[in-house]
Design a protein around this ligand. Sequence first.
Ligand code: C2O
Ligand code: CU
Length: 497
Amino acid sequence: MNKISRREALMFVGFAGCSMLLPVILQHRGYAQRTDERVEPFTLAFRTPPVLNPVRSDSTTDYYQITIQKATVEILPGRTTEIWGYNGTFPGPTIKQRKNRQSVVRFINDVNTPTVVHLHGMTSLPQYDGYAEDLIPQGYYKDYIYPNTNAATFWYHDHAVHQTSRNVYMGLVGMYIVEDENEANLQLPKNDYDVPLIIHDKKFAADGSLIFDDQAEHSLMGDVITVNGVPYPRMEVANRKYRFRVLNASISRSYKLALDTGDDLIVIGTDAGLKSAPVNTKDMRIGMAERYDLIIDFSKYPLGTQVVLQNLGLPNNDNTGDTNKIMRFDVVREESDNSSIPSTLRNIEFFPESSAVRSRDFTFEQSNRLWVINGNVWDKNRVDANPELQQIEIWTLHNNSGLWFHPVHLHLIDAQILDRNGQPPFAYERGMKDVFYVGENETVRIIGKFRPNIGKYMYHCHNMVHEDHDMMSQFEVAQNGIDPLSEPAKPLPAPAL
Ligand code: C2O
Ligand code: CU
């Protein structure tokens, strides 16, 4: 029964007595195909996604090219799975860039479905921001321009209107890292010791194919947790500090991270870059699309120690089976460590409440089987907030339901959490963010400055099933911004980059 959504459970209770209904629900939900495609945790080798080299570079810009294509890959041992991937991999290649160098990334669509690419966290102009209706059909390409104005862990993913959850589930996810001088000058763990962890849950049929089961547009809960595309990987580490860039790229699942040793996670970064100072925590929740930079210090462990990164589970996720595990670190070698964790990481300007010129309220709820914001679904012809450029606003995000949570994402801007249900945010959340975890019965107030661009930008719940049906809206900074649909995809063949 725990695999059945509340809506279905209620439906079922409503039809009490009619016990014929249950098999029908199970069939409809895809459980007929489900054969417990289990993977023994911590048996598969950890890997990191490939780093993408530019096609060419000039004094200001690096030019990249990525093809969105189908591929057949081995995720479960001995089985093959068809995915849609950036360059045919899941996750796609990582792009690494330096602050204030420009990137031009050409995305070529070779899959039989329209796609949109959004670089999550970037201050892109409206026509390069991956507007949900700015589709790249099969056989078309689009050159996206990214200014890289801020050092942080970004990620690129599909954003096609009403299809984002399926397209991302099929594999359209990649990391994008921007570094700056300040960060380079800190003695944080670097290179091989600065490692992406892209967490994403999947559900497989017996033949290895992906089951897309959004539980009647409610949420998608996989029963196999992957990290960088590998189920429950085992990573061999040295007895030293590592920096992990954790991205929750799941469709609907949030995680409560903790080490099974009970030792601390040291949080040094939030979505939009380094924190002002490190924060130690025993556990932390990470909603969909959030990024946290963590240091784990393996120096205290004798060789041979196994350290499990666990998921303690959160309400309104399916917390059954092996979903309480994520990956394991095996301390296998000694190495010297000249990295350190400075007590000041960078200067962050925290906006006082009094600097805000306006506040707005947004209620995230379910109504008539649709997910809505202030009662509305997505409409590209409607704008629900119109801040002025450089003005600071407070947005109050309401979730009055105990039955679900909503990680709320604003495009374009970074903001800070003022409070949650009137209490200060978790210490690990303090810093610049672009996703705000609005948990069950929570009201979260955020403060941010609308910059650096004018124009229309989306905001939405990052449970991509909610986003698709239709918990998404847009704000418009100032007036007369560039139309997000003004730079449409072009048919192939493409000229040289
Ligand atoms: Cu990560 Cu509007 O998206
Ligand atoms: Cu939601």
